[in-house]
Design a protein around this ligand. Structure first.
Ligand code: ATP
Length: 378
């Protein structure tokens, strides 16, 4: 149940009472709290409140970050999505999505699901100049947190060598969720010194060969892909490199039983469309086939051996925090997500930061493998 003060706020914002009651009934709106700041997050979408929308006590609304359509046949995809219109091409940075917003006097980082993330919130002002929010309290900075020391993602992009960084890719208005035009965003990023995802300039359908070359280069450089956006941000589409498809499979197959089959199928499909569109043949085709097979099988087989030898399927990750209490809050935060992690190690880096090592165990995947290894018939 949502408390009465929030009911009033939500009704005032235009959510019909009967819709609210249904949502509450199925846990579609949930109340949360972060250091005395109360909020509700939408687990489902309802009447203009996209999934992941957060409403604060003072009536501030941060809409959920919208889904971006994916194309798997690049040439035909851009023709369908953009027709003859030009579009900006930006790097798709591999990390986790955050929306950064100032509510009352606090700058908060929201996850895709609409939680205030204790880790990202503690670190965010290391990357974003707070002046921005003094000048634009009504804007939301959406970006990717990426790097090797991340609580949600196993690997980061190759050019973030340590820790984690913020990469801006969208600026939206509170309340409406409307995006600023690309040009304005580039200007603000520059003006306030906010690191932006790499931009590759304006393209259109006629530049398809250059776009293919860009994808090939990004793939060689172990980067995830591109996001294409019309200058007014009305049409957006993403395309992922063959490298990222295979690498995701490699990361996922380690915890094979914990992921839906669609995780693997989707990536195999995207790779197949890449190979078909680029007419990859002969030795190059064989290399992709081998890389895919290895990505799918090697970490999976290694996990089986681990469990067969009495171990567990697990992942270890580190993050840098300013206060050890933030690490404990992350444990609680993951618990709310239904995930069990524990702190393995705390190291004083001597520069005001602590490096925390967490371990995440996958009990379901471990159990499943153990039973199959022990001969369960099915
Ligand atoms: P979606 O919700 O779009 O269906 P998803 O949650 O599975 O997809 P991805 O397929 O990884 O996510 O792609 C979308 C995400 O890519 C965005 O939510 C954003 O976090 C991230 N991203 C990285 N770089 C960019 C960029 N330049 N522009 C937009 N999004 C970007």
């Amino acid at each position: 149940m949502v408390s009465s003060s929030f009911r009033v706020t939500l009704l005032k914002l235009g959510l019909p009472e009967n819709r609210l009651v249904v949502l509450e009934g199925k846990g579609g709106v949930v109340e949360g709290e972060f250091e005395g700041i109360r909020y509700v997050r939408f687990r489902d979408s309802a009447r203009g409140f996209r999934r992941g929308t957060v409403v604060f006590e003072n009536g501030d609304v941060v809409l959920g970050f919208p889904h971006i359509k994916r194309v798997v046949q690049l040439e035909r995809g851009i023709k369908r999505v953009f027709k003859n219109k030009p579009f900006y091409v930006e790097e798709k940075v591999d990390g986790y999505n955050v929306r950064v917003v100032k509510v009352k006097d606090r700058v908060l980082a929201l996850t895709r699901g609409g939680f205030v993330c204790p880790f990202t919130t503690e670190r965010i002002l290391d990357f974003i100049n707070e002046e921005f929010f003094k000048d634009y309290p009504n804007l939301v900075l959406a970006g990717e947190m990426a790097g090797p020391e991340s609580p949600y993602i196993v690997e980061g992009p190759p050019y973030v060598k340590e820790d984690i960084e913020f990469f801006l890719f969208d600026i939206q208005e509170k309340g409406t969720g409307r995006s600023l035009p690309v040009g304005e965003r580039y200007k603000l990023a520059e003006e306030y010194g906010i690191r932006h995802v790499e931009t590759f300039g304006l393209y259109d359908r006629s530049k398809i060969e250059e776009l293919h070359e860009l994808i090939e280069r990004l793939s060689r450089e172990r980067r995830e892909g591109i996001v294409m956006k019309t200058p007014d941000m009305k049409r957006i589409a993403k395309y992922v490199t063959p490298y990222a498809n295979i690498n995701d499979i490699k990361i996922g197959s380690h915890i094979f039983f914990d992921l839906p089959h669609g995780y693997f199928m989707g990536r195999i499909k995207r790779l197949a469309f890449y190979l078909a569109e680029r007419h990859i043949k002969g030795e190059e085709f064989d290399e992709y086939a081998k890389a895919l097979g290895k990505a799918l099988l090697r970490p999976f087989v290694e996990s089986i051996h681990e469990v067969a030898n009495g171990g567990e399927v697990e992942e270890v990750f580190t993050v840098r925090v300013k206060n050890i209490s933030t690490a404990h809050r992350m444990v609680t935060h993951f618990e709310r997500l239904g995930v069990k992690i524990h702190i393995e190690d705390i190291e004083d880096l001597g520069n005001g930061y602590w490096r925390i090592t967490f371990k995440r165990v996958y009990p379901d995947a471990t159990r499943e493998m153990r039973e199959l290894w022990n001969g369960r018939a099915f």
